[in-house]
Design a protein around this ligand. Structure first.
Ligand SMILES: *[C@@H]1O[C@H](CO)[C@@H](O)[C@H](O)[C@H]1NC(C)=O
Ligand SMILES: *[C@@H]1O[C@H](CO)[C@@H](O)[C@H](O)[C@H]1NC(C)=O
Ligand SMILES: *[C@@H]1O[C@H](CO)[C@@H](O)[C@H](O)[C@H]1NC(C)=O
Ligand SMILES: *[C@@H]1O[C@H](CO)[C@@H](O)[C@H](O)[C@H]1NC(C)=O
Length: 187
């Protein structure tokens, strides 16, 4: 009786262990959902959700760097050492012919440090939702159709190092709040 219980315990522990390690290598479910919502809003149909986004499969994460800047990039990279799930830390979707505005679901990606959306057809006012991701270090939105003033909330990104917004139709001054960002080195 006792031995049975003990081997059952062993078996269950092993199961729990396997489950935990399996867990550790998959993208946080909320982030997968956010990526699905983002894909839908931007008209991005080539992300393959049958493959885990953080699996380092070339469908999501291309071995870089490319020799040319002028090719579409389709690159999602993750950090799997933060907690029991993997988290998206980089999204590079340059030259993807993305349309529309930047959807609010980006704020669900709480560990993002790099967003590169160069050369798409994104429009609308500055996507303020991106100022709700305090981990951001690089925000690169060059060559889109954004317009209007830059929001003071950009000052809420304490780790921002690169903020590249050229070739859009932004108007007005840089917000005063940026003067507080001592980390900024490339604008
Ligand atoms: C994809 O992103 C990772 C992490 O930022 C980077 O090391 C790699 O070079 C990138 N690949 C391409 C093709 O840009
Ligand atoms: C992943 O996260 C851990 C814990 O925060 C950090 O120490 C490590 O530098 C990160 N790795 C990358 C590639 O960002
Ligand atoms: C930018 O503004 C100029 C001048 O107002 C206008 O002619 C042009 O169409 C605008 N471009 C975009 C991409 O909105
Ligand atoms: C800079 O930060 C300080 C302290 O948080 C704050 O009092 C001040 O208003 C900020 N300045 C600007 C221009 O945002």
């Amino acid at each position: 009786m006792k031995t049975t219980t003990f081997s059952q315990f062993l078996f269950l522990s092993l199961l729990a262990f396997c489950f935990a390690s399996l867990h550790g290598s998959t993208t946080h479910p909320e982030e997968v959902q956010a990526l699905k919502d983002i894909a839908k809003t931007l008209g991005k149909s080539d992300w393959d959700f049958n493959v885990d986004p953080c699996s380092e499969n070339p469908k999501w994460n291309l071995a870089g760097p490319y020799d040319s800047k002028l090719v579409p990039r389709n690159n999602v990279s993750c950090n799997c050492s933060i907690d029991t799930f993997c988290h998206v830390i980089t999204i590079d979707l340059s030259l993807n012919y993305l349309i529309g505005t930047v959807p609010k679901e980006w704020a669900t990606l709480k560990f993002l440090n790099t967003i590169v959306l160069i050369g798409n057809r994104l429009s609308g006012p500055f996507p303020e939702v991106l100022t709700q991701i305090p981990t951001l270090k690089a925000l690169i939105l060059e060559s889109n159709n954004f317009y209007g003033n830059l929001p003071p909330e950009l000052g809420d990104l304490p780790h921002l190092e690169r903020l590249l917004l050229g070739s859009n139709n932004f108007t007005g001054e840089w917000p005063q709040t940026l003067s507080n960002l001592t980390t900024l080195k490339d604008v």
